[in-house]
Design a protein around this ligand. Structure first.
Ligand SMILES: [Zn+2]
Length: 428
């Protein structure tokens, strides 16, 4: 071999080594090129756009001609697709266990097994395009451990805002097999314990619920003194309070005390919804759990007859409450009370929930906002997430049709980026 050939081989091998190394590293920058960026304010979308992502955040958005793509930037061809913010689901239990077969199978689940099951659900949620979730009651603080692991890059999942363990009263909804708290003092101590562990919300269960046999769905089970004590204690730490409530009376009492959000709202009436509107209280409907789309799911998991009967009894009132809430302009943030990715009617629970909002009276744009910028506002995180804007985290989803024309576009998620990292890409 001649000297020249040897020299060439050495240079070639060095070149190869550098190339391989560069491939292993995350791209310093990514440009999503050629897509249509949906405008959440109802203005015209930005066609043939470039979204430039550097590190974890969006650093430029504009028409293809206006954005300078630095050399070495990895490009994702988004021609023909619509780009929206990562979806947000505000009522999730990653460790959800429902009555029936599922509860029997998981009766002796260890905390370690629970944490791993939750991590798998977090990964699947992200794959479904959901880049932020609010957890409304999980156990053993596995939710907070998982939140920290995701933040450190040790696990894949959405951004987590958690309420830690939900606060239940003896004999109340969700009380079985859990630690219960009675009276203002115990509840205040319990709320502070969750806050100390890292909870950003406090979840209280103030009325009956579908998943508990006993206690009317619309009964005010927690006393006004208990409700006001928890809300006051949490607010002093800047922590918000959400209440599981099907009852107009319980909701009305809690809203007067400054409750931040209402979960489900099965039997909410117009006066209560008007009060929520006045106070800026959020509603997280979880409509999908009481409607026909989830019937095959509940049958498949072996839900007992009493459970199915309670679910049906709430379904009609729940739907009317949602329609009235939309009419009254109540703040609505999307939540499912099912896993965000749970298969439902040929799509995910998150996409199906949004579709129900449009069926109940929202415009497709309103339904899209309820899954993006509205939850961000509820979380007071709208400066960081919830829309595609320069400076915000690059939490970006691509869909194959215009969701402001038809919200069913959310049924088909083609790209999922969270914090500048791609977790799903069917665009290639
Ligand atoms: Zn729930």
């Amino acid at each position: 071999m001649s000297i020249a050939r040897i020299r060439f081989r050495i240079i070639f091998l060095i070149f190869l080594a550098i190339t391989v190394q560069a491939d292993d590293l995350p791209a310093a920058a990514t440009a999503i090129v050629g897509g249509t960026v949906v405008n959440l304010d109802g203005e015209a979308p930005l066609e043939n756009a470039v979204i430039l992502v550097e590190g974890k955040r969006i650093t430029a958005i504009g028409a293809a001609n206006d954005v300078n793509i630095p050399e070495g930037t990895e490009q994702i061809d988004a021609a023909g697709v619509w780009l929206i913010p990562g979806l947000m689901n505000m009522h999730v239990h990653l460790g959800l266990i429902l009555p029936g077969k599922m509860a029997a199978e998981l009766a002796n689940e260890s905390e370690a097994a629970l944490a791993l099951r939750m991590a798998a659900n977090a990964r699947a949620s992200l794959q479904a395009g959901v880049t932020t979730i609010r957890l409304t009651g999980d156990t053993a603080h596995a939710d907070l451990a998982l939140m920290r692991a995701i933040n450190k890059g040790q696990a894949d999942g959405p951004r987590i805002f958690s309420s830690g363990e939900s606060l239940t009263i003896t004999a109340g909804h969700g009380s079985k097999g859990k630690r219960n708290y009675d009276g203002p003092d115990e509840l205040v101590k319990a709320a502070r314990t969750q806050i100390s562990a890292g909870a950003k919300w406090i979840k209280i269960l103030i009325s009956g619920g579908i998943a508990t046999a006993g206690g009317d769905l619309d009964a005010v089970l927690m006393t006004p003194g208990e409700i006001s004590a928890v809300i006051d204690a949490a607010h002093r730490f800047g922590v918000k309070v959400t209440a599981h409530s099907g009852s107009p009376t319980a909701t009305s009492i809690a809203v007067d005390y400054g409750l931040d959000s209402v979960e489900h709202g099965y039997f909410l009436d117009r006066p209560t919804l008007k009060k929520m509107k006045e106070h800026g209280t959020w509603l997280v409907p979880t409509i999908v759990v009481s409607q026909p789309a989830t019937e095959p799911f509940f049958k498949a998991i072996g839900s007992p007859p009493w459970y199915l009967a309670r679910r049906d009894s709430a379904g009609i009132a729940h739907w009317k409450a949602l329609q009235m809430a939309i009419e009254e302009g109540v703040n609505i943030a999307l939540g499912t009370d099912q896993h965000p990715h749970e298969p439902n009617d040929g799509t995910t629970a998150t996409a199906r929930e949004a579709q129900y909002y449009a069926d109940a009276g929202m415009t497709p744009l309103q339904a899209l906002r309820s899954a993006t910028i509205e939850p961000a506002r509820m979380l007071e995180a709208e400066d960081e997430i919830g829309s595609l804007e320069v400076g915000k985290y690059a939490d970006i989803v691509a869909v194959d049709s215009d969701p402001t024309e038809d919200i069913k576009a959310l049924r088909n998620i083609l790209l999922v980026m969270k914090g500048g990292k791609v977790y799903r890409n069917l665009l290639k």
